[in-house]
Ligand binder design. Structure first.
Ligand SMILES: N[C@@H](CCC(=O)N[C@@H](CS)C(=O)NCC(=O)O)C(=O)O
Length: 207
């Protein structure tokens, strides 16, 4: 049984929870981060000096950084499935995982904050519009990639879809006007057919 520290509505924690559900890894989750606190305690900082979630413990072994956790769990518990064996197939999934953290989420976060983390009467809709344009441009990169293949890493579902899919849900769930991106929408529908995605990720966004 692994222990996952983190609040269930965090985009990064959801990657780990979704991975566990897909790979049928037994886990318990301890609320931490945001209003739950915990991350600033000395005990937690000994696990993760950054004071961030997700952080996991697997029989005394600690991992933090959501994508590193997903890679670790996929390699250990889902080798040949979530974790592609062939080096190039793995790199295909891997680079989109890094892209999710380096490019996709940073382009969605300002929009997410301006909408979900801002009270209704304080929202700046002009600024939100600018954030939507920026995010749309990033999503169109993913759309172009998905023109030639059904999943982020190639022909099968993999850890690559997990890292990207959690952010993509925010894009589709926000009540904003989006220009159509057919390949992206088809991929998202494929994810939405997965019970684990619906259970962990497709939950209402909370402020
Ligand atoms: N690069 C890190 C980012 C982790 C991160 O920023 N986590 C946020 C939640 S999504 C956090 O712990 N924030 C502090 C808090 O919630 O108190 C990862 O991918 O795990």
């Amino acid at each position: 049984m692994i222990t996952i520290y983190g609040n269930a509505d965090s985009v990064n924690v959801q990657k780990v929870l979704w991975c566990c559900e897909e790979a049928e890894i037994a886990y318990r989750r301890i609320d931490a981060g945001r209003h739950f606190g915990v991350v600033d305690t000395a005990e937690f900082r000994r696990l993760n000096p950054n004071g961030l979630v997700p952080t996991i413990e697997d029989a005394g072994y600690v991992v933090w950084e959501s994508n590193a956790i997903v890679r670790y769990l996929a390699a250990k518990y889902s080798s040949g499935q979530l974790w592609p064996h062939e080096a190039r197939q793995r790199a295909d999934a891997d680079r989109w995982m890094d892209w999710a953290n380096s490019t996709l989420w940073p382009s969605l976060l300002p929009l997410f904050r301006a909408y979900m983390r801002t009270p209704h009467d304080q929202r700046d809709y002009g600024r939100i519009e600018q954030h939507v344009i920026q995010a749309q441009s990033t999503m169109s990169i993913l759309d172009g990639h998905l023109a030639g293949q059904p999943y982020v890493g190639g022909s099968v579902f993999s850890m690559g879809d997990i890292a990207v899919g959690c952010a993509a849900w925010r894009w589709f769930a926000l009540p904003i006007a989006r220009a159509p991106l057919a390949n992206l929408e088809r991929w998202f529908q494929r994810l939405a057919e997965r019970p684990a995605f619906r259970k962990i990720v497709m939950v209402p966004l909370i402020t």
